[in-house]
Ligand binder design. Structure first.
Ligand code: SAH
Ligand code: MG
Length: 195
């Protein structure tokens, strides 16, 4: 992979205020990927493809990433970016709302990365569990949402997001089939391993 191009993609995304994965979060996810050695990864929330490109380095030979993005302009940018770093054979971009696309997927994934609309996390979890097997790791970014999730924050437009993130955390914590860890890294990272 072309590391110089990747760095350019990262800098451009930061400049454009696209919420790409934070460095310390990426470090944690990379460690998990090194352990799991996934063949199939599902990502919800492609943005401009930065995280998918980073993850593609840890795929087993012939492995592939499916990633979903609902904003046309970002999906287009992501397609251009994955070509630039020459990983287009490893990453399949689905353009559209994950709420509609996920139920149409009938695959089994080794790692699932949830990084999209916070208000939809409980639904994304349901779908992730449906496409999991023993050993699948479900990772959700931004679960602590700047700390709002842990405070009595209850205001305005973030309210639905906060309620749904709390529901997500409750669901992964109460599911006895999952082994869950929540890290304060980045904006909060939930890691759930399927038993
Ligand atoms: N994973 C990316 C960052 C994703 S930012 C990275 O680290 O590089 C979140 C993205 O999810 C945004 O581009 C947004 O358009 C997309 N998104 C939000 N809700 C979505 C949904 N319901 N379906 C598909 N994409 C969604
Ligand atoms: Mg994120």
């Amino acid at each position: 992979m072309n590391k110089q191009e990747l760095e350019k993609i990262k800098q451009q995304a930061l400049e454009d205020h696209i919420p790409i994965i934070m460095d310390d979060t990426l470090e944690v996810v990379a460690k998990i990927l090194q352990e799991v050695k996934p063949i199939r990864i599902l990502e919800i929330g492609t943005a401009v493809g930065y995280s998918a490109i980073c993850f593609s380095e840890y795929l087993k030979e012939d492995g592939r990433i499916d990633t979903i993005e609902r904003e046309e302009e970002r999906a287009k940018q992501a397609r251009e970016n994955i070509k630039k770093v020459e990983v287009e054979k490893k990453i399949q971009i689905y353009e559209g709302d994950a709420v509609e696309i996920l139920p149409t997927l009938q695959e089994s994934y080794d790692v699932i990365f949830i990084d999209a609309a916070k208000g939809k996390y409980p639904f994304f979890l349901e779908q992730a569990l449906r496409m999991s097997h023993q050993g699948t790791v479900i990772i959700a970014d931004n679960v602590l949402y700047k700390g709002y999730v842990m405070s009595d924050y209850n205001k305005h437009k973030q309210r639905t997001a906060v309620r749904n993130l709390r529901e997500y955390i409750a669901n992964i914590t109460n599911d006895t089939n999952l082994e869950t860890e929540i890290l304060e890294v980045g904006d909060g990272l939930a890691i759930s391993k399927v038993n």
